[in-house]
Ligand binder design. Structure first.
Ligand code: HSE
Length: 444
């Protein structure tokens, strides 16, 4: 009688690692520490054969001398002694994309943590992977250690997902929750986060919402079976949020969080449209997302049979992200090639970007104005003319060392297009010294 294969019989999964930064080093440590457990779950051993990175001599806290060092990372794809390439280089284009394309073209599996590349080129890469019958896996691209890609694509596969939303950028969440705890302003908190290693030297992608938008576009594709449409994400970051906004939100019973949200709407002609946005919002203190502090990420998915699902955990860091990379490697080792998204690329539906003007809700607005007679009257007249009803208004006094004052208000439940119209009316006004900050208030 033939015995089923034991993992001793099966050849190891031979891995090439491109990019040995924090996550790459974490992956090496994980594969060392959990070698037996990973082999048991994968049904075979994992073996890193070759590595490639920009700097060979850099101290990464892991021993790389046991692997074959390759200077030209694109050469990894062509090697006969490799089954899977792990791409941890980053960047939407350039070396990462060249390596991804050539890996798939060479008939090898690709595991990547590269959200920018998947958000921009995921459809092309997925189509190529399907055509070549190889795995393309990107769990680590979204929310670090949280298995949300797998959770939506497999665990919640039986559901129509009605909405997804959450906190997808740990840096922004760390800054906002630190501002909340200390009362400090954005710039000082960012500088402190950079000093502690919680924010990059160039924080633009994180604090301007772009990193969260990449992740949202990928999740929307999986959740709704929609073609990835990163340029359609309406994206605004947290760099204009002031300590005074956080204090005002607190007085009203809210915290401020950078919320990523995607939602499918039926348009007048019966076709589905996709609303995708990343924006700072006021979240009621009792809402589960209000309790997500520090660099944590959280994603809520509402399924029509599962109900509300909450995925929460570390959205970055060597251990959590390596955990997601190795989970993908285990799938590859098991031969689970499946399609990269929830349906084959040819069945992903292109959806037009939804208009958001008809959406209703309460809104927080904060104006920075010159302290002179008639300014408040000008703002309230624009609100009146646009049909915006003011629920509460507070003038917060002079900003230190300036002639400006902050005026914050909450508008009653009403359509967003009215708020936009009021802002248009105020556009030419010389009374406003900076563009207003507008934040939606999430219902409890
Ligand atoms: N820089 C990201 C964050 C983690 O702050 O959440 C990697 O996407």
């Amino acid at each position: 009688m033939t015995q089923p294969h034991s993992r001793q019989d099966k050849p190891s999964l031979r891995i090439a690692l491109a990019g040995v930064g924090t996550v790459g080093a974490g992956m090496i440590r994980l594969l060392d520490t959990n070698a037996a457990l990973v082999a048991a779950r994968a049904g075979r051993k994992m073996e890193i054969v070759a590595v490639s990175a920009r700097e060979r001599s850099k101290n990464r806290g892991v021993d790389l001398t046991r692997f074959d060092w390759v200077d030209d990372m694109t050469a990894l794809a062509a090697r006969d002694d490799i089954d899977v390439v792990v791409e941890l280089v980053g960047g939407a284009d350039g070396a990462a994309l060249t390596l991804a394309r050539s890996t798939i073209a060479a008939g090898k599996a690709l595991v990547t943590a590269n959200k920018a590349m998947i958000a921009h080129h995921g459809m092309e890469l997925a189509q190529a992977a399907e055509g070549a019958c190889v795995s393309l896996k990107f769990e680590a691209a979204v929310a670090g250690g949280i298995p949300v890609v797998k959770g939506l694509r497999e665990g919640a596969a039986a559901n129509a997902i009605e909405r997804i939303y959450g906190i997808l950028n740990g840096t922004s969440n760390y800054i906002l929750s630190t501002m909340e705890a200390t009362g400090a302003d954005f710039a000082a908190t960012l500088a402190q986060a950079q000093a502690k290693g919680f924010a990059e030297a160039d924080p633009t992608f994180d604090v301007e919402g772009i990193d969260a938008a990449h992740k949202l576009a990928i999740l929307a594709g999986i959740a709704f079976g929609s073609a990835i449409d990163f340029p359609a994400v309406a994206c605004e970051g947290i760099s204009r949020v002031r300590a005074a906004d956080i204090a005002q939100a607190k007085a009203l019973g809210y915290v401020i969080r950078l919320i990523a949200m995607a939602d499918v709407e039926r348009s007048a002609d019966g076709s589905d449209c996709l609303l995708q946005l990343v924006k700072p919002c006021l979240v009621p203190r009792g809402h589960p997302l209000a309790h997500v502090t520090g660099a944590t990420n959280a994603v809520v998915a509402e399924g029509n049979f599962s109900g509300r699902l909450l995925f929460q955990g570390a959205g970055a860091g060597d251990g959590p992200t390596a955990s997601a990379v190795v989970a993908d490697l285990i799938d590859v080792a098991r031969g689970e090639s499946g399609v990269p998204f929830s349906v084959p690329v040819a069945e992903l539906v292109p959806m037009a970007a939804a208009e958001s003007g008809h959406r209703t809700g309460r809104t927080y607005l904060r104006f920075t104005v010159a302290d002179r007679p008639g300014v408040l009257a000008e703002i309230t007249a624009a609100m009146r003319d646009a049909g915006v009803s003011i629920e509460s208004l507070i003038q917060q006094g002079q900003v230190a060392e300036s002639e400006e004052v902050l005026v914050a208000m909450v508008a009653h439940d009403g359509p967003q297009r009215n708020i936009a119209h009021a802002l248009e009316l105020l556009g030419p006004s010389s009374s406003l010294t900076a563009p207003p900050l507008v934040m939606q208030i999430i219902a409890g």
